[in-house]
Design a protein around this ligand. Sequence first.
Ligand code: KG4
Ligand code: ZN
Length: 333
Amino acid sequence: MATILGIESTCDETSASICIDGVIHSNIIANQTVHEKYGGVVPELASRAHQQNIIPTVDQSIINAKIHKNDIDAVAFSRGPGLLGSLLVGTSFAKAFALAKDIPLIEINHMQAHILAHFIEDPKPTFPFLCLTVSGGHTQIVKVNDYFSMQLLGQTLDDAAGEAFDKTAKILDLPYPGGPLIDHYAKTGDKNKYSFPEPKIPDLDFSFSGLKTSILYFIQRNVKDNPLFIQNNLPDICASIQSRIVSILLNKLEKAAHLTGINNIAIAGGVSANSGLRTSLENLGAENAWNIFIPKFEYCTDNAAMVSIAGYYKYLDKDFITQDITPLTRWAL
Ligand code: KG4
Ligand code: ZN
């Protein structure tokens, strides 16, 4: 028997989860709404909110799992990549808990955890598989050889896919985080109404900053002639932007599948909650006879279930870490 407490605090979600023998028994997430009015995550405010939320979130995860805190065999925590002040809260809590209970401490790479969310429920992918990990801070195509053996095949050279959504949403005067709102308005819009350029980037890398600039100029041009342009065309604008971001992502993923000959294809990270991306991947998968793996919505955006399941696999390997570690704001896969 192995009962793992997972802790997530890399950005603006405080989350705690209990995993018992590879099965998730609780996954509590405290969202921070304080950032909405600032148009992005304010690191100082994020760390303060983590400090307030961490104890109640952990308590609730233990209650929901119907265990006692003495039942926990190890603590797994996201050591990075992320915001330093946010990471310090989760790291310090995990270290203190492990020290107090005299149990092992397990470090988890947040980007690996997003990918390992696929091992929470069936169907689980078989190795090797390709994963397009798309979040607010990262856009990566990863060849996953084993639980903790991952190879980066391509990544963004500038903005992440989530930033492309959030920054264009800001141009449209939508609050942070704008990704889910663009997704919402896109559902009733015509994706062929406006056309935005696809960047010509070599290999399996991505770029989104040019797209953001072209959308900014497009909006400025149209609003000059018609101040109500955004209000009157929001669904069509959102559908057209989303369609372009999705095609940029999937064209590279298809290229990666052809180059590697791998036909087990997964997506992960906050942007994998996007309905346009999910539907387009299903269609592309059917065309190419791929085995497709799309996480449940609750395991796309930041959560501790993915940390506790990753912690469970490290626990089986006895892959523990000492008390003298500190967070890593940047951390390769
Ligand atoms: O993985 P995540 O929760 O946090 C990071 O590790 O960054 O990803 C957050 C990102 C944000 O940029 C957010 O706008 C985006 O995921 N996102 C979406 C959707 N849901 C979350 N983007 C597009 N469509 C969505 N439905
Ligand atoms: Zn994340």
